[in-house]
Design a protein around this ligand. Structure first.
Ligand code: 3PG
Ligand code: MG
Length: 394
């Protein structure tokens, strides 16, 4: 069994005049109604361009945000249609419906080599529930199905698993393929294999911590998550964010790394403040005093982490080292980003925050692969099967 790709779809009988339903991940960050980062839109272009050049009738669908089955005008894909049209330098028709008679008519009106974007899949509760009727309705808009939504491949929703179960001709898009190829380095890493994991909560990264602690030569932890690991070692954490319900998990993860002969690094110094605020005084400490909270890894830790990056042959990074949105707490993330960029290791970075940090520093072109998937990339590097990919196997 294998996953057919776009090459094999376009060879053979081709897609001229065929209705090709493309599932992309156009779930872009919005701020004040504006698209604040168009990475996912740009990443979706190669597949769309190839299908349009092959004279397909492209019916594009995606979710945006988490409207939970209700119509939320603020999460309409209309602004994405406009941005996509600019990026493609081609008209993008937009349908205010996702399924139903209006969507059917809009699809019927499509000319060969043109594209229609359907409204947010998650305005209908049937999408996330993988409801059979919703999947039938969506599938009825297509002759061929292409999944290019790597960022959503870990979700078993109607558009990612329901539709491909109903359509005979399916393929993975170029972005989905490229993600799988690049992320595979984390499953078969050249060693030393170094992982940087950061972010707020152990809870969000539990699976990946468990999977990587015994597998990575070095697992370096940052972000608020680190304070739960500090607490697990019985060290002072002041008023830092600590998940008391995860302290036992942190202990177990550290023990698993140790018994596998791996190195698990947690910060040895910290940038602390009274509260999370851009205008409060900060200090660097090796022991977090009562009443103060850790908000970034300190310079000694950042130096040690950077030294590991210089020695590594493969680096995986997900999650910032501190509250990098605020300059006073951005140094740790910046230092790590620079070290990953400068390293000769094969580097893979995923997760919206880590990507934002890399892009803010203009280091994107020094990283081997910037994944468009946060949760999806973490599940993949754990060795888990992604439902959206499994559904394409023929
Ligand atoms: C993401 O941004 O993580 C993906 O688009 C999936 O979205 P979700 O986490 O809301 O399912
Ligand atoms: Mg997510």
């Amino acid at each position: 069994m294998g996953v057919p790709n776009l090459d094999s779809l376009l060879a053979g009988s081709g897609v001229r005049g065929q209705r090709v339903l493309v599932r992309s991940d156009l779930n872009v960050p919005l701020s004040g109604g504006q698209i604040s980062d168009d990475t996912r839109i740009r990443a979706s272009l190669p597949t769309l361009t190839r299908l349009l050049e092959a004279q397909a009738r492209v019916v594009l669908c995606s979710h945006l945000g988490r409207p939970k089955g209700k119509i939320d005008p603020e999460l309409s894909l209309r602004p994405v249609a406009e941005a996509l049209s600019k990026a493609l330098s081609a008209p993008v028709h937009f349908c205010e419906h996702t399924i139903g008679p209006e969507a059917e008519q809009a699809v019927a009106d499509l000319a060969d080599g043109s594209l229609l974007l359907l409204e947010n899949l998650r305005f209908d509760a049937g999408e996330e529930a993988n409801d059979p009727e919703f999947a039938d309705a969506l599938a009825s808009l297509s002759d061929v199905y292409v999944n290019d939504a790597f960022g959503t491949a870990h979700r078993a929703h109607a558009s990612t698993t329901g539709v491909p179960a109903r359509v005979e001709r399916v393929a993975s898009g170029d972005l989905l393929q490229a993600e799988l190829v690049h992320l595979r380095v984390a499953l078969e890493p050249e060693r030393p294999f170094l992982c940087f994991l950061g972010g707020a909560k152990v809870t969000d990264k539990l699976g990946v911590l468990e999977a990587l602690a015994p597998r990575a030569d070095v697992l370096a932890i940052g972000g608020a998550m680190a304070y739960t690991f500090l607490a697990a070692r019985g060290e002072a954490t002041g008023s830092s964010l600590v998940e008391s319900a995860r302290i036992e998990d942190a202990r177990r993860i550290e023990a698993a790394a140790k018994s596998a002969g791996r190195k698990l690094l947690i910060p040895t110094d910290h940038v602390v403040a009274e509260k999370l605020d851009a205008n409060v005084p900060t200090q660097t400490v090796t022991e977090i005093p009562d009443g103060l909270m850790g908000l970034d890894i300190g310079p000694e830790t950042a130096g040690a982490y950077a030294a590991e990056a210089a020695k590594a042959r493969t680096i995986l990074w997900n999650g910032p080292m501190g509250v990098f949105e605020i300059d006073a707490f951005a140094q740790g993330t910046q230092r790590v980003a620079e070290a990953v960029a400068a390293s000769s290791a094969t580097s893979v970075v995923g997760g919206g925050d880590s990507l934002a940090a890399i892009n803010k520093l203009g280091l994107g072109d020094q990283i081997n692969h910037l994944s468009t998937g946060g949760g999806a990339s973490l599940e993949f590097v754990q060795g888990l099967e992604l439902p959206g990919v499994a559904a394409l196997e023929r």
